[in-house]
Design a protein around this ligand. Structure first.
Ligand SMILES: NC(=O)c1ccc[n+]([C@@H]2O[C@H](COP(=O)([O-])OP(=O)(O)OC[C@H]3O[C@@H](n4cnc5c(N)ncnc54)[C@H](O)[C@@H]3O)[C@@H](O)[C@H]2O)c1
Length: 336
């Protein structure tokens, strides 16, 4: 039984607790939130996508700490699950690693690449294992895509477009660009990270974007430029009108097939191949959150460093996003 402590009982803390609730190999030893209503359970966070943060776990036996560092100091806690605001990620992750804990850290790895590099170096010296929760690398419809690309099941990728757009989630954290980094860092990094996962770091990025809800970029499109390689683009943002909801999609054109994915509470993946009727691809159940947590717990049980996503790769995604920000500011492609 792995003893888990969750810091930050907001949308993501609640989502992770939903996952732990369904597992019999973990015990929620402690929880922490500076908001007394969230800590007591009087107020619970809501998810921004269907099926997320349902609040299914009875927490009556968990120790409650009004500050995350107190949870980190608890000797009973083996795995610290950090679901804090992005500008706090580096400080709390380093504190937990120095306390000898395993650490699961929500994405983006850090608010800046400079912070991310320091954390990635610290992790190399740490006794505990650490993973950044880049959930798309574990999302069934995206795991399918990664495998199809690696194995060239339908030939090479000619073009891929990713799209992740939403109405602004609201709340002080998401309105504070200095804390959350705007949609470019908070939301769009999912696609930048997945592009890096599948195709490596691009030679350059060329982005256009604008501010709407924060002092950072809230809606953008990026061309990830690969010399002689596929045409890769992504659109991301939370500048849609109130009531729009959330959409995540991809369209990938292989030499011998076209795959179109969209999420509406469950994964939908339609594959068109020449000479065949288009078909829906069967995928494993569940969202990326459950699969990433299952994977990290397995790494802990076998004392194996996570390699589906490394801290260096999670830091690299922050670096690419910073290049996208520069490209928007300067109006030119930015080399990486
Ligand atoms: N993987 C995903 O798909 C995904 C989705 C949404 C958000 N996120 C990331 O998760 C992180 C948290 O986002 P959220 O939407 O859950 O935020 P949130 O505001 O809903 O929750 C954060 C919680 O942390 C608490 N907190 C702040 N400082 C604290 C401290 N020092 N000690 C203890 N508790 C403290 C706050 O009171 C709040 O309840 C962000 O980095 C965000 O980018 C990831």
């Amino acid at each position: 039984m792995i003893q888990v402590g969750v810091i930050g009982l907001g949308m993501m803390g609640s989502t992770h607790l939903d996952v732990y609730a369904k597992r019999d190999d973990v015990n929620i030893a402690a929880i922490s939130d500076i908001n007394p209503k969230r800590l007591s359970g009087e107020e619970s966070a809501r998810g921004n996508i269907e099926g997320q943060a349902k609040g299914g776990l009875a927490l009556s036996k968990a120790k409650r700490y009004p500050e995350g560092k107190q949870l980190i100091a608890d000797a009973d806690v083996q795995l610290v699950d950090i679901c804090l605001w992005t500008h706090l990620h580096q400080e709390y992750a380093i504190a937990a690693l120095r306390a000898g804990k395993h650490v699961l850290l929500e994405k983006p790895l850090c608010r800046t690449y400079a912070e991310a590099k320091v954390l990635a170096e610290e992790a190399k010296k740490a006794k505990g294992l650490v993973m950044c929760a880049m959930c798309m690398r574990f999302w069934p419809g995206w795991v399918w895509l990664k495998r199809a690309i690696d194995q060239q099941t339908y030939g090479k990728v000619l073009a891929a477009h990713f799209r992740r757009v939403a109405a602004h989630p609201g709340g002080n954290f998401y309105l504070n660009g200095d804390a959350c980094g705007g949609a470019i860092l908070d939301l769009h990094i999912h696609d930048t990270d997945f592009v890096q996962f599948c195709f490596g770091t691009p030679q350059a990025v060329f982005s256009r974007g604008y501010r709407k809800e924060t002092n950072q970029i809230d809606h953008l499109t990026t061309h990830y430029l690969y010399d002689g390689g596929p045409m890769i683009t992504a659109e991301g943002g939370w500048a849609m009108s109130k009531g729009f909801g959330f959409q995540m999609q991809y369209t990938v054109n292989f030499e011998r097939a076209t795959a179109v994915f969209h999420f509406d509470g469950k994964d939908n993946l339609r594959l068109s191949e020449p000479g065949k009727e288009p078909r829906m691809v069967e995928l494993s159940e569940g969202m990326g959150y459950a699969h990433e947590i299952a994977y990290f717990l397995d790494c802990i049980k076998h004392n194996r460093r996570p390699d589906t996503v490394t801290l260096d790769q999670a830091a690299e995604s922050v670096r690419i996003v910073e290049a996208e920000n520069r490209s928007i500011a300067e109006g030119v492609p930015v080399k990486l």
